[in-house]
Design a protein around this ligand. Structure first.
Ligand code: LLP
Length: 468
């Protein structure tokens, strides 16, 4: 028995866009029973482009990016005695050339965390001055590319990396713009694997043990490192402002220590990403960009005044909160199977044409999702049934949604839509069972085009040397 088995059928339904607008792309609405997105029917999308397909509401993503940029610009506006604020989109959440251009057009920079993300951002035409590079184990190749192209900043994550970047910058005869990623000691986030600032995990340089201080002192003395400031990212899928403001306080207090003991100015601080989004009706309403930016501005101002420090430039790195709710997943229902439970009762297993290869989050984090039908309105159903949404992979753990109430007559051919898959859906997709990755279709004003095309079996087999 799962916990949900004690909840009556009819209570685990998907909130409509009217009920929870934060869960859906802004254009989502039902007309004549059919779910529409970006000015078109999702039934037409399925017919024209196939399933499974990630469907991105471009205007929703654009709008979400815009509010981050404007919230940071306004709350840290120099007219308010601040020193400017901005946002860098965390490309790991989901990146394509069009996405990179879209966020840049809205005034954001792009944060990258690998050679692939960095190369993509550069080839998409993003100004290197608007790119950051993260990573806890960067390769020489990644650092060299970043330095040759003159990207905005590299986030140093270890003492080894201080030496590594100094060596590469010296060999290129350049000065490397670096920020130091702090381990603030704060434990926040939706899951152990996505909390990133407590002591016992791999990211950042510890404040508690003095590593961070040592690293900054070494950077100050290094001939080819240009210290640009401090960074903190405390985790992901966080609600409220408190954990973020606590981290900001710790970062500014450390900046004061650097000023006092090393006579070093901290021109900028970056407070990372991590703002949570709603995935189901059970999740709280997310913290808005304005709410967070205002809270951060308050702490930064107060702590800087307390220490008599000039106010640094402040940036943040949202990923999930920009793209997550802007994208839905469109699956086609296949096999429906009733399974008798040991304690009595049945569980209706609804298999869709994707699964853990396009959404690993339920398996990896126990993440909960909700879903509705695109081709007919579940609210019109005569009867609902408790269903379990499973994929088509060779694992019994290949479950997308453990318990959800859908029309009892759900059958092959129905279209199932899962909202809020935009972040860490496509970007963590795999080819398990040689499944081809679905494409990402961008919809806007009734038109649709691929941001990323669907993979084909030929793409998959192209690297198999034995088939050449
Ligand atoms: N900045 C840094 C340094 C990060 O490591 C991350 C995420 C972000 C920004 C963006 O965080 P966001 O705003 O998207 O929460 N795969 C996990 C999430 C891993 C997050 C990794 N770092 C998931 O699917 O929940």
């Amino acid at each position: 028995m799962s916990e949900a088995d004690s909840v009556p059928v009819g209570t685990l339904t998907c909130p409509t866009p009217d009920e929870r607008p934060d869960l859906w792309p802004w254009s989502a609405a039902r007309e004549g029973g059919v779910l529409r997105l970006g000015g078109g029917d999702l039934t037409a999308v399925a017919a024209d482009f196939g399933t499974p397909t990630f469907v991105l509401d471009v205007e929703a993503m654009r709008g979400r990016a815009r509010v981050w940029a404007s919230a940071m610009a306004e709350e840290f506006w120099d007219g308010y005695g601040m020193n400017g604020g901005d946002a860098f989109y965390a490309g790991k959440a989901f990146l394509s050339a069009d996405v990179a251009r879209l966020v840049v057009a809205e005034g954001l920079g792009v944060d990258t965390a690998s050679l692939g993300e960095l190369t993509l951002a550069l080839r998409a035409g993003v100004d290197p001055e608007r790119i950051g590079l993260h990573g806890n184990n960067k390769s020489d190749e990644e650092i060299r590319l970043a330095l040759e192209l003159g990207i905005h900043r590299i986030f140093i994550d270890s003492m080894d990396e201080v030496r590594q970047i100094e060596r590469i910058a010296a060999s290129l005869g350049v000065s490397a713009p670096v920020m130091v990623r702090l381990k603030s000691g704060i434990h926040a986030g939706g899951n152990e694997y996505i909390a990133t600032a407590h002591e016992d995990q791999k990211f950042g340089l510890s404040l508690a043990t003095g590593q961070a201080y040592e690293a900054v002192a070494a950077i100050k003395d290094a001939a080819h490192l240009d210290f640009r400031g401090l960074h903190s990212h405390i985790g992901s899928q966080i609600f409220g402002t408190e954990a973020f403001t606590e981290a900001a306080r710790i970062v500014v207090d450390f900046a004061a220590r650097l000023k006092a003991e090393l006579d070093l100015e901290v021109p900028a601080i970056d407070l990372g990403g991590g703002v949570g989004i709603a995935y189901t009706a059970q999740d709280p309403e997310p913290t808005s960009p304005v709410e967070l930016a205002r809270a951060l501005a308050g702490v930064v101002r107060e702590r800087c005044a307390h220490h008599g420090l000039p106010i640094p430039h402040v940036s943040v790195e949202p990923g999930r909160s920009i793209v997550g709710p802007a994208m839905v997943m469109l699956y086609r229902v296949g096999v429906v199977k009733d399974i008798s439970l040991e304690g009595g009762g049945v569980r209706r297993y609804v298999a869709i044409d994707g699964g853990m290869s396009d959404n690993i989050r339920p398996v990896l984090y126990g993440a909960a999702y909700t879903a509705t039908l695109a081709n007919r309105d579940p609210e019109q159903a005569l009867e609902l049934a408790r269903c379990r949404i499973v994929g088509k992979h060779c694992e019994s753990g290949d479950i997308i949604i453990r318990d959800i109430d859908l029309p009892a007559d759900i059958a092959a051919g129905d279209l199932l839509v899962v909202p809020a898959v935009g972040a860490y859906g496509y970007s963590m997709a795999s080819n398990y069972n040689m499944a081809t990755k679905p494409g990402v279709l961008a919809v806007e004003d009734g038109a649709a085009r691929w941001f990323i095309r669907p993979q084909t079996v030929d793409h998959l087999l192209a690297l198999d040397a034995g088939l050449e």
